[in-house]
Design a protein. Structure first.
Length: 309
């Protein structure tokens, strides 16, 4: 019961171990990208991806703790970091990584709509960050659905609130268009509205994607049933939060299915909602040995990627 007990707390040693694990996973992802896939390393992108990766880890922890999405443990952060090891391409695909970096700022504002403080500011900020994320990966636009859902689920439905979403969203896009117009490259702006998609899933037949995707689908279904049942019996606020997380998970999966590039990086959007929902499931497990088994299985999956990639 070493792993389950260790991460069932939130102490400096937990964050130290997870930071070391993050560094190892980044080096592993870089190694697989360069030596296994034969891609030429670009120094500035390696540095950019490294800092973005660490910032995502920090933002995940901050967002989870600030909004009380889990109990006082580090299960969610542990799972979030291991998902990068399971899908190493998510670390090296810089446009998706950068898009998720900005989306995390929007998530922070969206999930904080549970409280009544600064509602209009939160709604504007969330739309604003989604707008910036859309510039780097246009499928990020669909997280506006998450913001609209949060407004409804958290009883913030006012006509002006929905209007503020669009003001926030189009502000960075207007500035982006103005900049491109000034340098005569407006074609780049119009490309944002060209949603290239692919439903060719042949890449998923490769063992390096088939195994992790299959296992995570099982884990997802495994976690949803007991947590959904708990949510249905809970108070209105928790029920609304869980419904929002579930919608977040569904949106992430749909984006992954439609994404034009199918190399595993498209599931980066999936990492955050999955880590929270699966942590909620782990917190419901009373049998300590079974909880340990679940954590060990997840850890083994992340380590095995290096050997069959």
């Amino acid at each position: 019961m070493i792993i389950a007990n260790f991460f069932n707390q939130s102490k400096p040693i937990n964050f130290l171990i997870l930071t070391i694990a993050s560094l190892i996973i980044f080096v592993e992802a870089l190694y697989l990208d360069v030596y296994a896939d034969g891609n030429k390393p670009v120094v500035y992108r390696i540095i950019l991806n490294f800092f973005l990766f660490l910032l995502l880890v920090f933002l995940h922890n901050f967002l989870t703790r600030k909004n009380g999405l889990t109990k006082n443990n580090t299960y969610a952060l542990f799972l979030f970091i291991l998902l990068f090891a399971i899908f190493p391409k998510s670390i090296v695909q810089y446009n998706i990584l950068l898009s998720n970096f900005f989306l995390f700022f929007s998530y922070r504002r969206i999930y904080s709509l549970r409280t009544s403080l600064n509602t209009k500011n939160k709604i504007y900020d969330a739309g604003f960050w989604i707008g910036i994320a859309t510039i780097f990966y246009n499928y990020s636009l669909f997280f506006l659905i998450l913001e609209f859902a949060a407004i409804i689920l958290f009883d913030k439905s006012r006509w002006n609130h929905f209007f503020i979403v669009f003001i926030g969203f189009f502000t960075p896009l207007f500035l982006y268009f103005t900049f491109l117009f000034a340098i005569d490259k407006t074609d780049l702006y119009y490309q944002l509205w060209d949603f290239q998609r692919s439903f060719d899933f042949r890449n998923y037949n490769n063992i390096k994607l088939l195994i992790p995707i299959s296992v995570l689908l099982v884990f997802t279904g495994w976690a949803i049933y007991p947590t959904l049942r708990k949510a249905l019996k809970s108070k209105k606020k928790y029920k609304a939060l869980y419904n929002l997380l579930l919608l977040h998970l569904i949106l992430a999966i749909l984006i992954g299915l439609a994404a034009p590039l199918k190399n595993g990086s498209e599931y980066l959007f999936f990492f955050f909602p999955f880590s929270i929902i699966f942590t909620s499931y782990i917190q419901t497990i009373e049998d300590r040995w079974f909880k340990e088994l679940v954590m060990v299985l997840f850890l083994c999956l992340s380590i095995s990627v290096f050997f069959y990639y």
